[in-house]
Design a binder for this molecule. Structure first.
Ligand SMILES: [Fe+2]
Ligand SMILES: [Fe+2]
Length: 294
C-alpha cells in the first residue's frame, strides 16, 4: 500500500482538492497511456485483418480475371469452330444448289421451257415471298429451289413431252406423273434445301380450289412454297409463246390471272398470294423484261 501524501504541515492526512489533482496527474496519464496503447494494438489487429481481407479480395479478383480470360479463350475457340462449321455447311448448300441447277438444266433438254424461264422463276418467287413477309434467307432458299419444279420431266417419255398437238388420255396421265417423279428424285436428303425442292416439285401443279394434280390438294393442304411457284410458273407460261398460244402481254396476263379465262380461274390461286400479285405485279413485268435468255 502506497504512503498517504503529506499535508501542508508536513503531516500525513486528508489532502486538499487542488493538491489531490496535482498529485493524481501521473496516474491518469498512465491510464490514458495504457488506453492509447491498447487502442493502438487493437488498431494494429484491425489493420492486420484489413490487410488480410484486401489480400483475399485481390486473390479473388485475380482468379476472376483468370476465369474471364479463360472464358474469352473458350468463346474464341467456339467461334472458330462455329465459323468452320458454317463454312462447311454453306459449301455443302452450294454443292446442293449446284447439283440442283444441273438437274434442272438436264430436265430442260426434254422440255419446251427455256433457261430464261427457270431464271425468271427464281426471281418471281423470291420477290413474291419477300412481298408477303418472308425473311431474306428463306426467300433465297426458294430462289434456289424454284428451278427444280419440273425436274421430274426427266422421267416422262420424249415422245409425250415433245408432242405437238393434243395429247391422248394416256399421254396426259404420263405428264401428270412428273411432280411425283421429281419428288422421288429429290427425296431422302437431309438438306433442308432439297426438302424444300421436293415439296415444290411435288405440289407446283396443285390448285387452291382442289382442281390440280397429282394430289388434288386443297387450300392450305398445299405447302406455301408450292402455291407461290404455281402462281409464278403460270405467269411466265402466259407471258411466253407456246405451240398452242402466242405470248401474252403483261396486262393480258394480269387480266387472265385476276379475272380468269376458259383455262385459268382466280380460284386456282391462294387468295392471299393473288392479292399480293395484284399489288406488286409490276415487279413480275420488270423481271420478265430484264431476265432474258443468255
Ligand atoms: Fe410442272
Ligand atoms: Fe415451269
Amino acid at each position: 500500500m502506497s504512503p498517504r501524501p503529506l499535508n501542508n504541515h508536513g503531516k500525513q492526512g486528508r489532502v486538499s482538492h487542488t493538491a489531490k489533482k496535482k498529485v493524481g496527474l501521473p496516474t491518469e496519464s498512465k491510464t490514458v497511456q495504457a488506453q492509447l496503447l491498447a487502442a493502438r494494438s487493437q488498431l494494429m489487429v484491425y489493420a492486420k485483418d484489413l490487410k488480410l481481407m484486401l489480400k483475399k479480395e485481390e486473390d479473388k479478383t485475380r482468379k476472376l480475371a483468370q476465369a474471364h480470360a479463360q472464358l474469352l479463350t473458350y468463346a474464341r475457340d467456339l467461334k472458330v469452330a462455329l465459323d468452320t462449321e458454317q463454312q462447311k455447311n454453306s459449301e455443302l448448300e452450294e454443292a446442293y444448289t449446284d447439283t440442283m441447277l444441273r438437274l434442272a438444266r438436264a430436265s430442260r433438254y426434254k422440255d419446251e421451257e427455256t433457261g430464261a424461264h427457270i431464271a425468271r422463276l427464281s426471281h418471281y418467287t423470291q420477290s413474291l415471298a419477300l412481298f408477303i413477309g418472308w425473311n431474306e434467307s428463306r426467300a433465297r432458299c426458294l430462289f434456289a429451289v424454284a428451278p427444280m419444279h419440273d425436274v421430274g420431266k426427266i422421267g416422262v417419255p420424249d415422245a409425250v413431252l415433245g408432242k405437238q398437238g393434243p395429247l391422248t388420255e394416256e399421254e396426259w396421265e404420263a405428264i401428270k406423273q412428273h411432280p411425283l417423279l421429281g419428288a422421288s428424285l429429290l427425296s431422302g436428303s437431309a438438306s433442308p434445301l432439297l426438302e424444300m425442292a421436293k415439296e415444290v416439285a411435288l405440289t407446283h401443279h396443285e390448285r387452291w380450289d382442289g382442281s390440280g394434280y397429282p394430289g388434288g390438294l386443297k387450300g392450305e393442304e398445299i405447302p406455301l412454297t408450292g402455291r407461290i411457284v404455281m402462281l409464278c410458273d403460270l405467269y411466265d407460261a402466259l407471258r411466253s409463246p407456246r405451240p398452242y398460244k402466242p405470248a401474252f402481254t403483261h396486262s393480258k396476263t394480269c387480266d387472265i390471272m385476276l379475272n380468269g379465262n376458259e383455262r385459268t380461274k382466280p380460284t386456282h390461286f391462294d387468295p392471299r398470294l393473288l392479292e399480293a400479285f395484284r399489288e406488286m405485279h409490276h415487279q413480275f413485268d420488270g423481271i420478265y423484261s430484264t431476265v432474258v435468255e443468255s
